[in-house]
Design a protein around this ligand. Structure first.
Ligand code: PMP
Length: 395
């Protein structure tokens, strides 16, 4: 290709990009990345703000900075190297993986588990393994975006039911079930923008009645509800959710994703899921850190209970509906008002993220507070005082 036509290509790409950016900007949706350096537990140094206490992280148990977790990750890194070197199906499957998968299966009360590079990769790998173009996926209207990515890759037909509305799901299945070979129902166990829990027991019974498979995304449930075992345990629905996906990146404090399920289901995933086969395995240090973190989750029930206790205390103090999980949304409505509230809190030394469309529906921009076991009682009391002073949470 001549350098002239190369220049033309560059110019046309730049034209497209600038137009796209300015239309995003006009909708107030341009995003920026700020440097943010964790220093001590939930304290961090944030570019342009200074030292701040974060109520935004998903490190619900503070395990990312737990000395035993760091020690295990460091020891494995020193012994086995900083990277895995290849996909799990080639030479990247360090023996620590089997230990981690056994620990996950034991925590979730399933026969087996299979670990992916991240929760996002898990969702895009799991869903197309079980359904394809002749099948149907019915999902809660508020499922996480990574599930949408898995749905798209599966090429299955797709319908949503109203958030947490089992009757709406049943109405869809009554009308549609007979037209499809396989039907997968997908929900989040805990909804990341609302902090509520899916009614997994009732959903599981509907799935059984219509001969469908139920999959839950427990990214925000494990470690913090159901005695640390996640949403299926919290809902007494262990036997009713054959596909329990989750992440190692939030309460587990590291990085990675997984599916907890029966042995045969996990074996099919190991054989078929493209986002497991065609990507490099997690570094051994990350696997060892997660293994240590799961040990802590399994044995320290007080630690696992603390984030929800703090969230409930915060809600009681501000007259908000009782928290079910460590996530407390305070819906502000307008995008600019939500941003202004977040900035006002930052000036008082607290970070609470303002979530805006398209992440949440138009008109429901909100502050989201995430509580962690490493927040001190004093930090939460100070946050309550700041919220009261700023009128945040007043209905
Ligand atoms: N599912 C849900 C509900 C999530 O909130 C997230 C992370 N934001 C993911 C999946 C993706 O997990 P990971 O960060 O491990 O890719």
């Amino acid at each position: 290709m001549s350098s002239d036509s190369n220049n033309q290509n560059h110019t046309s790409l730049l034209g497209f990009v600038r137009q796209k950016l300015s239309s995003i900007e006009a909708r107030n949706q341009r995003r920026a990345l700020f440097d943010h350096t964790r220093s001590d537990g939930m304290q961090a140094v944030r570019e342009g703000v200074g030292t701040i206490v974060s109520f935004t992280d998903n490190d619900y148990l503070g395990l990312s900075t737990h000395p035993a977790v760091i020690g295990a990750a460091n020891a494995a890194t020193a012994m086995y190297g900083a990277g895995a070197g290849a996909s799990r199906l080639v030479t990247g499957n360090h023996p620590l993986y089997a230990e981690l998968e056994a620990a996950l299966a034991s925590l979730k009360d399933t026969e087996d588990a299979v670990v992916f590079g991240s929760g996002y990769l898990a969702n895009v790998g799991i869903i197309p393994t079980f359904v394809g173009p002749r099948d149907l996926i019915v999902a809660d209207a508020l499922i996480h975006t990574s599930i949408h990515a898995g749905v798209t890759l599966s090429r299955a037909a797709f319908k949503t039911f109203r958030h947490n509305d089992t009757a709406d799901l049943e109405a869809i299945l009554k009308a549609e079930r007979h037209s499809y070979e396989r039907v997968l129902i997908v929900v989040d166990g805990v909804y990341s923008m609302d902090g509520d829990i899916a009614p997994l027991h009732a959903l599981g019974l509907v799935a059984e009645k219509y001969d469908c498979w139920l999959m839950s995304d427990d990214a925000h449930g494990v470690g913090v509800i159901g005695g640390g075992r996640g949403s299926a345990h919290a809902c007494d629905a262990q036997g009713l959710v054959p596909l329990q996906m989750g992440t190692l990146s939030k309460a587990v404090g590291g990085y990675g994703g997984y599916l907890a399920a029966s042995k045969d289901v996990c074996d099919l995933v190991r054989t078929r899921a493209r986002s497991l086969i065609y990507t490099t395995a997690l570094p051994p240090g990350v696997v060892a850190g997660a293994l240590k973190a799961l040990n802590i989750i399994k044995t320290d029930t007080d630690l696992c209970a603390r984030p929800v206790r703090l969230a409930q205390y915060f809600c009681r103090a501000l007259g908000l509906p009782a928290a079910q999980t460590p996530i407390v949304p305070v819906v502000i409505g307008d995008e600019k008002d939500a941003l202004a509230a977040s900035e006002a809190l930052a000036k008082r030394g607290f970070l609470a993220w303002a979530f805006r469309p398209p992440t949440v529906p138009v008109g429901t921009s909100r502050l989201r507070f995430c509580f962690s076991a490493t927040h001190t009682d004093q930090m939460v009391d100070d946050l309550i005082t700041a919220c009261r002073d700023l009128g945040i949470g007043d209905s």
